[in-house]
Design a protein around this ligand. Structure first.
Ligand code: SAH
Ligand code: SF4
Ligand code: F3S
Length: 518
């Protein structure tokens, strides 16, 4: 990689003298910083794939910035999926490396970041609402910096709205610009203008970013970024760039480190983890191969999210069926039970194919728990098509689901279709579906009554600090009384009562190493 590419990626410092504090806010430093903004474009995004993904393994914070956070505090509010949660851990890592301290209160913070989600309109409205709440704080304390990052920043309409209406915002940066955080903050301190740095590009892979993880029991590990599936309703392929996989050796090394540090569970992250490795040109190494390697690492549990039925191949089922640290829970979003709707959604499978795949998985992994995502009220969805979703749910026997009302997203193909299902019909469908989801969840819980399950104890229950809680391998929440010393450990619990969303039980004892009960 040449000097210019490294400079553009923010990996080396531009050749500039340290800014003179006396001249703060007067001198124009903008020439030194890239402020690149192109709106997400379906046309461009669809043509992508020609440009190479760049791989950087030499992330370093420019030494000019190292003391920047001394005596200052940061606050990050995270919206959206696990990908965002993990990005927040990376940003917390960068802040910490810059000398900032974390705070849980916006009133205490010198920098406030909203790490946003664009998946549905209500997700975006929450962020705009929060920006409104922050305005008086900014008026009281103009020195506090307010930033918007995450998926919403990748949308042209959002950036324009912020520019028009939310002058309390000091910086906007995109999902491909997280590693540029030190430069962006630096520029925000120096500039009177709102700093915008959103690269609407394919996305690179940057290794060795610092992280401050949330807790020391469970950890997220990215295995790939982006999405190339372009489901017609979905904004993610535009906000997260093209599918690109981390190198196996980097992932394996990260998981080994986590195991050595005592983490008990990792969740492998990707928008579509089954596509892992498809983009490697030099090796034939796919998700099944990665699982085969990770199975040998001494960490009790490995989860993954999210799977797309598209790339769920037999090799994958075979390796998952071997169990060990690969848990018996697969989240497999179906979205709809109607082949006609699935076709317009661009999901590339039919109802029959999905049922076939689910049966194959269940046959190979007998005690597997299948969960899913469903959208109701997609354009033109008829009552009959919605009924097909209900019957598919029953036929597959999902244990639970995340259910959503369709929300048109800017620039997606589905947005061009009339959003023609009245809101009361959408709500009624959601209610009917949720009733079924509850019934199936309660039924799934019931099968555990009287059984001994393995629980990874995460801490005190949110409702009662006398009670501890944690999850089984099949992702069932279990509440039980036990000494606090078992927090962070795998324990055996005998289930005494099944509820709709959780299980109550009696503590039996700590699991001896290598002993597994599912
Ligand atoms: N990559 C994952 C999904 C990520 S988004 C997958 O394909 O499985 C999480 C869920 O949000 C999706 O599964 C879908 O059910 C829902 N979703 C995405 N776009 C949506 C929209 N425009 N309106 C309503 N729900 C949506
Ligand atoms: Fe969105 Fe589809 Fe990609 Fe999932 S697979 S992130 S739903 S485009
Ligand atoms: Fe939301 Fe972006 Fe995740 S749109 S769901 S935060 S990838």
């Amino acid at each position: 990689m040449n000097e210019e590419q490294r400079l553009n990626a923010g990996l080396i410092k531009p050749d500039l003298a340290t800014p003179d504090p006396e001249q703060k806010k007067e001198k124009d430093y903008s020439q030194y910083f890239q402020t690149v903004y192109t709106p997400p474009s379906l046309k461009k995004a669809r043509k992508r794939g020609k440009e190479d993904v760049k791989y950087f393994d030499d992330f370093e914070i420019d030494e000019r910035f190292l003391g920047m956070g001394k005596g200052r505090k940061f606050y990050i509010r995270t919206y959206g999926c696990q990908m965002n949660e993990h990005d927040t851990e990376v940003m917390a890592g960068i802040f910490t490396a810059l000398g900032y301290e974390a705070t849980n209160s916006v009133d205490d913070a010198n920098i406030i970041l909203l790490n946003t989600c664009a998946i549905r309109e209500n997700a975006e409205n929450k962020v705009f609402g929060e920006l409104g709440h922050l305005k008086p704080l900014k008026q009281r304390n103009p020195d506090v910096l307010i930033g918007v990052c995450g998926c919403m920043s990748q949308e042209e309409s959002v950036v324009n709205k912020i520019l028009r209406t939310y002058d309390q915002v000091d910086m906007i940066f995109g999902t491909h610009n997280i590693h540029r955080l030190p430069h962006i903050i630096h520029e925000a301190y120096m500039s009177k203008e709102m700093v915008i740095e959103v690269w609407s590009k394919e996305g690179d892979i940057i290794e060795n970013l610092p992280k401050v993880r949330h807790g020391n029991i469970k950890a997220w590990v990215n295995i790939m970024y982006g999405c190339d599936k372009f489901c017609t309703y979905c904004i993610v392929p535009y906000t997260r760039g093209k599918e690109r996989s981390r190198r196996p050796e980097d992932i394996i090394q990260e998981v080994r480190h986590l195991a050595a540090k005592g983490y008990q569970e990792i969740t492998l992250l990707g928008q579509n983890v089954n596509a892992y490795g498809k983009d490697f040109e030099d090796v034939n190494y796919r998700l099944a191969d990665l699982f085969a390697d990770l199975r040998n690492i001494d960490i009790p549990r490995i989860r993954f999210t999210t799977s797309h039925p598209w790339d769920f191949d037999d090799e994958l089922i075979e390796v998952l069926a071997k169990g060990g640290n690969l848990v018996e829970h697969i989240h497999l979003p179906v979205q709809s039970g109607s082949s006609a709707v699935l076709k317009i959604m661009g999901r590339s499978y039919t109802r029959e194919k999905f049922i076939e795949l689910a049966s194959k998985i269940k046959e190979s992994i007998p005690n597997v728990s299948l969960t899913t995502d469903i959208i109701v009220g997609f354009p033109n969805e008829t009552d009959e098509q919605f009924e097909e979703t209900l019957t598919l749910y029953e036929e597959v026997g999902f244990e639970t689901a995340y259910t959503y009302i369709y929300s048109p997203r800017d620039g997606t193909p589905a947005e061009k279709m009339a959003d023609n299902i009245p809101m009361e019909v959408k709500k009624e469908r959601l209610q009917r579906l949720n009733k079924l989801v509850n019934e199936y969840s309660a039924k799934a819980m019931q099968q555990f009554e009287g059984q001994v399950v393995e629980v990874l104890v995460e801490g005190e229950s949110k409702r009662n600090d006398e009670v501890l809680s944690g999850y089984t391998r099949r992702s069932k929440l279990v509440n039980f009384k036990a000494p606090k010393s078992v927090i962070g450990k795998l324990v055996h619990v005998k289930i005494t009562e099944a509820k709709t969303w959780s299980l109550d039980g009696e503590f039996i004892g700590v699991v001896k190493q290598k002993e597994v009960v599912s």
